[in-house]
Every structure is written in structure tokens, then in C-alpha cells.
Design a protein around this ligand. Structure first.
Ligand code: F6P
Length: 548
């Protein structure tokens, strides 16, 4: 296989990047009044404007040539057809099958998985309806009022982010809580106000081996049994979502209370599966289906649209352009919608766990920079915290601005203030303001020459900072489904372009293994003298203080 460095399109982008660094977006906008029309894509319920990137027609043509040379279309087909593109784990990657609403047969290992998906959806529907209608009762015959989802990483971030994003669509017939941290503070705080007779726990773990989740589930079980004095209460208060039925049963969860997961769904892409059960309980099953439909609509866009207008492909190409070729090291996710306050945390796992790697599919060292670190915050809050850095630091941080035309909770006067900032920020990041203008403005305000000389350099904004703008019509189950699927496919294409196996996560294993050994040392064993002196010293200090 040709290395990326040996590819014509790659080499051409490398030299093109050197030329583009001499340009400013202001000049590109001045010279081309078609820029917005050319560099924006209308999706069914949102608009993507990527014109505020340091790109020209030539850049986009070269990027599309790269996508073609990297065979993005063939890879897309492999993924949707269930080929084992998660090569290091020898698994298919079929989260898209979870939202295949046409029920088209998808065969993996001679099994039509669309039937398994539908069966699990049916079970989710029956179960979520029962909980919501008060037909599922706890050990003392009371209806369930609170559901606590216990899970971490993909078994937490996706459903919690969506629950938060769609809060306004909940009828609050059940309260949904999330516990992910093994720090006992979280579960203690969640459980404190709850009545065990009315709580249902969902233990969400694809592997059913994750220490944090097992620890929290054990604590929850003890809490329940301490109240009911009856082990059999577990059957009425615990369900699990897992692909490891054996472990879930061994843990004490009744087989009929286990919702299937499959090894062809990656944890960080799993909210469309029964991992989304808390969403269905919170919003109602029909809204969960709308979420799936929104994602499916984006899947169709991804599969059917030419690369030149294909939103996830464009986002992936721009990320590679800005980071690999232009040298940006991080990327900000900046939602201007309160309901999306967990979006950047979700995106961190989605992109960084997928593509934060440094060898190719074949295990060869990668000698170009791959994905940026992802970070972010609600836009408005960020403006009063770290936007200073975005505007004036020497590090260029490409940013995705995400907002909605209509607010789901309109309060007079608020939305226009919010959105005027949304539009102003990308304009400011792009245009900047030069010293000549700064001086003229200060002079017009009657400032002294001495003051102008002192302050002017500090007020210069160089601009030329790349942003994408995603403007949704309105937050809804449908648009949130599309938004998440858009980024999922972006991440997949990014992996193809960078030759990364996006669907494994070996990098989390080393720390997990060491933690297991250290836990034994903390709980009872001797201190391991073979630790490096730093780790040894820290554990020794910890044990000494704990012992006193
Ligand atoms: O931390 C790694 C990871 O394996 C994630 O990829 C995954 O989403 C999370 O842990 C939780 O895993 P599980 O659902 O198996 O408990």
C-alpha cells in the first residue's frame, strides 16, 4: 500500500499549505463573492458553512483528490457492508445498522443482524413503556420514579449527552440520572435523595468487565438489598445492557432483564443501541426512534452525496487540512445552545479515542501529525474564559461553532443576544483587526498619541483563524441524531485519510492493567519495590497517611 507521503495528492497538499500560509482569509473573501455559496452545504435540517477556513477552490480540489486517492468511497462501502474494518479486533463496524430504519438485511457471519436490532428495539419499547406508564413495579409494589444509568465512557457519554440535549422534550414521567465516576462521591450524591423502592438501575457495559462500572453496580446492589432485606428485589430493580450476557448473569442480573449489545458496535458509537435505553425511558420510545431517523438521514447523505458536497467528508478533510498540513494542534467544539453543554465531552471520546493513535492500520509508525486534541465549552461561557486565547494566542485553534435558529425554550430577548455573539465570533476570528485600524479607532475616540502607541499592539487581532459553522434549524431528536451521525462519519473518514484504525482503543489498556495491580497494593498487599521511584514514593505517601 502506498504510504501517505508517497501519494501525489498528499505531496501536492504539502506544498500548497506552504503557499496558503502566505494568505489571509480577508483577501479570499474580498476576491470571491461566491465564497459562502461555494463553501457551504445545506443538509436536511442544518447548514454547514466552512467558508471561513483558509482554503480556495484549489485547496478543496486537492483535498477531494486526497479523499479519492485514499479510497474513502470504497472504505465507506466496506463499513456499511459489514467488512471487518476494525482490523485489530477483527470486527465489523456497524453502528449504522442500529438506525437502518428500512430493515434492509445486513448479514454478519451468516446472521441477519437487522433482525437482532429490531428484536432489541421491540424489547426496549415494551420495557420503556412499562416504566413510563408505571406498570413496572419495584419490590414493594411502587412505580419506578427514578432510573439510574451506571456506565462509563461510551456507556455513559452518549446517552447522557443526548438526555441533556433533549431535556426539553422529556415529559418528566421518570427522572433519569447517570453515574459514571468510580469516585464514590458521585453515586452517594445520586442515591442520597432516592427511595430504593422506586429506583431502577441500568448497568450499561458492553464488556461487563469495566472496574468502575462493576464497582458502582455493586454499591447500588448493596444499597437496594440493605433496604429491601431481600436478594430477589434485584430482579425488579436491575437491568443490564451488555454483549457479555454471561458476566451480567454471573453478576446477578436476570437473563430476561439483559438487553443485547454486539461486538460490531463500538462503545463510543453505541447510543443508538440499547445503551440508549435511558433516552427512550426519559423521552418515550417514539422520540428515540426520531433520533435514529435523524441519524439515518445523515447516513444516507454520507452514502449518496458526491464527495464535493458530502458534509462529513468535508469536515474530515478540513480537519486534516488544518491539523496535518497547516499545523494546528487542537480543535474547539463550541456550542451556542445550553442543551449541548456535554457535546464537547462527548466529542472528546468520539474523536480522540478513535483517532488519537500513532501507527497505521499495518502497524507502521505515523510520521505526520494526526488528530487534534478536542476541547470546548458552551460558547458564551467560553467567550468570558478562553476566547482571549482563540483570538490572540500564537496557537491557531480551528473551531466548530454549533447553534440553532430557533430556541426550544424561547425567553424574550435572549436568543438574539446569544446568536449575535455566535455570528460575531466567527467573523472576528476570521477578519481580525490590524494595527492601522486599531490606531484609527483609538484616534477617533480622542486618545492621546502616547496612549495609542502603548495600547495599539495589544488590541491587534491577526484574524485568519479557521472556523466551521453548523446552524441547526432547531434542537430536536431528529437534528441531534443527524448532528451526532455527522461527526461519527467525519471521524471515520478522518481515520481513513490518516490510515488509522478508528475503532479500537488499545491505548486505554496499559493504565487499566497497572491500576488493577496497584489496587491490590492499596488494599492490602506489600508495596511493590519495582515501581519507578516516583510511583513508589507516591503510593508509599498515600499508604502512610491512610494508615494514620
Ligand atoms: O475506556 C475504554 C472503554 O473501553 C471505552 O471505549 C468504552 O466506551 C468504555 O471503556 C466502557 O466500556 P464498557 O461499556 O465495556 O464498560
Amino acid at each position: 500500500m502506498t504510504t501517505r507521503a508517497a501519494m501525489k495528492s498528499w505531496q501536492s497538499l504539502q506544498s500548497h499549505a506552504q503557499q496558503m500560509k502566505q494568505h489571509h482569509m480577508n483577501e479570499l473573501f474580498t476576491n470571491d463573492d461566491q465564497r459562502f455559496d461555494k463553501f457551504s452545504v445545506q443538509l436536511p435540517s442544518m447548514l454547514l458553512d466552512y467558508s471561513k477556513n483558509l482554503i480556495t477552490d484549489d485547496t478543496m480540489a486537492k483535498l477531494i483528490a486526497l479523499a479519492k486517492e485514499c479510497e474513502v468511497e470504497a472504505w465507506r462501502e466496506k463499513m456499511f457492508n459489514g467488512e471487518r474494518i476494525n482490523s485489530t479486533e477483527e470486527r465489523s463496524v456497524l453502528h449504522t445498522a442500529l438506525r437502518n430504519r428500512s430493515n434492509k438485511a445486513i448479514v454478519v457471519d451468516d446472521v441477519d443482524i437487522s433482525t437482532c436490532v429490531q428484536n432489541t428495539l421491540d424489547k426496549m419499547q415494551v420495557f420503556s413503556d412499562k416504566i413510563r406508564q408505571g406498570l413496572w413495579q419495584g419490590y414493594s409494589g411502587k412505580r419506578i420514579t427514578d432510573v439510574v444509568n451506571i456506565g462509563v465512557g461510551g456507556s455513559n457519554l452518549g446517552p447522557q449527552m443526548v438526555t441533556e440535549a433533549l431535556k426539553q422534550y422529556s415529559d418528566n414521567s421518570v427522572n433519569v440520572h447517570y453515574v459514571s465516576n468510580v469516585d464514590g462521591t458521585q453515586i452517594a450524591e445520586v442515591l442520597r435523595p432516592l427511595n430504593p423502592e422506586k429506583v431502577l438501575f441500568i448497568v450499561s457495559s458492553k464488556t461487563f468487565t469495566t472496574t468502575e462500572t462493576m464497582t458502582n453496580a455493586n454499591t447500588a446492589m448493596k444499597w437496594l438489598v440493605a433496604s429491601s432485606f431481600d436478594q430477589s428485589a434485584i430482579g425488579k430493580h436491575f437491568v443490564a445492557v451488555s454483549s457479555n450476557k454471561e458476566n451480567a448473569v454471573r453478576f446477578g442480573i436476570a437473563e430476561e432483564n439483559i438487553f443485547d449489545m454486539w461486538d460490531w458496535v463500538g462503545g463510543r458509537f453505541s447510543l443508538w443501541s440499547a445503551i440508549g435505553l435511558p433516552i427512550a425511558i426519559d423521552l418515550g420510545f417514539d422520540k428515540f426512534i426520531e433520533l435514529l431517523e435523524g441519524a439515518e438521514q445523515l447516513d444516507q447523505h454520507f452514502c449518496q452525496t458526491p464527495l464535493e458536497q458530502n458534509a462529513p467528508v468535508i469536515l474530515a478533510l478540513l480537519s486534516v487540512w488544518n491539523c496535518t498540513f497547516m499545523g494546528a494542534q487542537s480543535q474547539a467544539i463550541l456550542p451556542y445552545d445550553q442543551s449541548l453543554h456535554m457535546l464537547s465531552a462527548y466529542m472528546q471520546q468520539a474523536e480522540m479515542e478513535s483517532n488519537g493513535k500513532s501507527v497505521t492500520w499495518h502497524g507502521d509508525e505515523i510520521n505526520y501529525s494526526t488528530v487534534p486534541s478536542i476541547w470546548g465549552e458552551l460558547g458564551i461561557n467560553g467567550q468570558h474564559a478562553f476566547y482571549q486565547y482563540l483570538h490572540q494566542s500564537n496557537n491557531i485553534v480551528p473551531a466548530d461553532f454549533i447553534g440553532s435558529v430557533e430556541s426550544v425554550t424561547p425567553v424574550i430577548g435572549h436568543h438574539e443576544t446569544l446568536m449575535s455573539n455566535f455570528f460575531a465570533q466567527t467573523q472576528a476570528l476570521m477578519e481580525g483587526v490590524d494595527e492601522q485600524q486599531v490606531r484609527a479607532d483609538l484616534k477617533a475616540k480622542g486618545r492621546t498619541q502616547e496612549y495609542i502607541n502603548k495600547v495599539a499592539p495589544h488590541k491587534v487581532h491577526k484574524g485568519n483563524r479557521p472556523t466551521n459553522t453548523l446552524l441547526m434549524e432547531r434542537i430536536s431528536p431528529h437534528t441531534i441524531g443527524s448532528l451526532i451521525a455527522l461527526y461519527e462519519h467525519k471521524i471515520f473518514v478522518q481515520g481513513v485519510l490518516l490510515q488509522i484504525c478508528s475503532f479500537d482503543q488499545w491505548g486505554v489498556e496499559l493504565g487499566k492493567g497497572l491500576a488493577n495491580k496497584i489496587q491490590q497494593e492499596l488494599e492490602n498487599g506489600e508495596l511493590n519495590i519495582n515501581h519507578d521511584s516516583s510511583t513508589y514514593g507516591l503510593i508509599k505517601y498515600y499508604k502512610t497517611i491512610r494508615a494514620n
